[in-house]
Ligand binder design. Structure first.
Ligand SMILES: Nc1ncnc2c1ncn2[C@@H]1O[C@H](COP(=O)(O)OP(=O)(O)O)[C@@H](O)[C@H]1O
Ligand SMILES: [Mg+2]
Length: 364
């Protein structure tokens, strides 16, 4: 496998006064399901359009499979794009939509027929050849758009929030299908989404973007377990931020004063400096324990429940805990809002579930 299949080198794209993409560099592996994840306006679509050739960078260069594509027009690039609003022709049936433009590639009729047949099977649209757009569901229309992009056999498929217009259940199904499809055909997918659950569940690796920059590029479980800055920690899943200051450090561990709770030895994965107040601690709602009894965990706090929300598979508790300034969120699969007398409870935290981050956001 080619680990540097796609090379994005110091790419910037400025629109008048907006730095939509701001000096971004990273590589994508051949055959990877790679996602660009971030809030609306962070530059995801612009980066994808730069790869497709619908925009040209203000500076930097782009390589795919060793070829510099920076100045090439879209039709000379080994890429194809699928859009959110499944741009398929309403006056053509499914088969003709997929065939559209194939002849221009210089393919024979036999080759075209074979490719269309194969692709219809792949996207599970066999039997739908004669249907028009208004006779298809949202999911089926999106499959046609996918087939139309794939039938050209691009080396890289670019997908801009392709599932955004589907309802939740269909989206979940399509996520699984898309993932299976990608593994079967083995080409590189670059998938844009603002939905962290979607990115995490589908991707081999995810680049989290904000303000035109990559905030972190990791495998999904690393993003969740070891976020490298406040933005990522907050954007991926839910978390609690605790006030903190660092004291002395022995390299691997650092002594951290957390809220009014005292000083604790925390693993220092990110080489946070000693004696700094420019730091914050985080702990996920599901890694704390709420209970009626005291525990022997590293930290166990007297607490009072202010509010609860029942989420089916778990209940989320909003609690005031002794020694912590802000209300913290704790989730439990075991207890619900009827479990506690007078809303009194204990909150337990294990030190290994506390992460420490720099307040200033490091970026790639
Ligand atoms: N053609 C354009 N002209 C001016 N500004 C643009 C243009 N395209 C995008 N932008 C701006 O660039 C930023 C990033 O946009 P975009 O890449 O569409 O974000 P995302 O896809 O992450 O929502 C936004 O501030 C957006 O308003
Ligand atoms: Mg977008």
């Amino acid at each position: 496998m080619n680990n540097s299949f796609i090379q994005i080198n110091n790419i910037s794209k400025h629109f008048v006064d907006v730095k939509a993409v701001d000096d971004v560099s990273f590589e994508i592996k051949e055959g990877e399901f790679f996602s660009l994840l971030g809030p609306s306006g962070c530059g995801k679509t612009t980066l994808l359009r730069l790869l497709a050739g619908f925009e040209y960078p203000t500076s930097g260069n782009l390589l795919i499979d060793g070829t510099d594509i920076t100045a090439l027009p879209p039709d000379k690039r080994p890429t194809n794009m699928v859009f959110q609003n499944y741009a398929i022709f309403p006056h053509l049936n499914v088969e003709k939509n997929i065939k559209f433009g194939l002849r221009k590639l210089g393919l024979s009729n036999d080759e075209i027929d074979k490719r269309v047949k194969d692709i219809l099977t792949l996207v599970k649209l066999k039997g739908y050849e004669e249907r028009f757009s208004n006779q298809l569901s949202g999911g089926q229309r999106q499959r046609v758009a996918l087939a139309r992009a794939l039938v050209r056999q691009p080396k890289v498929l670019l997908l801009d929030e392709p599932l955004g217009a589907l309802d939740k259940k269909l989206r979940d199904e399509m996520q699984l299908e898309l993932r299976t499809l990608q593994k079967n055909i083995g080409i590189t997918f670059i998938f844009v989404t603002h939905d962290q659950q979607e990115a995490i569940s589908m991707s081999d690796r995810v680049a989290v973007m904000n303000d035109g920059k990559i905030q972190q590029l990791s495998a999904p479980n690393e993003l969740y377990k070891n976020p490298e800055n406040i933005f990522v920690s907050d954007f991926i899943g839910e978390t609690n931020f605790l006030k903190a200051e660092t004291n002395s450090s022995d390299g691997e561990f650092i002594n951290v004063s957390i809220e009014e709770l005292g000083e604790f030895k925390i693993k220092n994965n990110l080489n946070i400096p000693a004696n700094s107040s420019d730091v914050v601690c985080t702990v996920r709602p599901e890694s704390m324990m709420i209970d009626k009894e005291k525990s022997d965990w590293d930290i166990c706090l007297d607490a009072k429940i202010c509010q609860t929300s029942y989420l089916g598979e778990m209940t989320r508790f909003y609690v005031e805990a002794k020694g912590i300034d802000k209300i913290i969120t704790v989730s439990s699969q075991y207890f619900n809002n009827q479990s506690f007398d007078n809303n009194e409870c204990f909150i337990s935290i294990s030190l290994e579930d506390i992460s420490i981050l720099n307040k200033k956001k490091p970026v790639l």
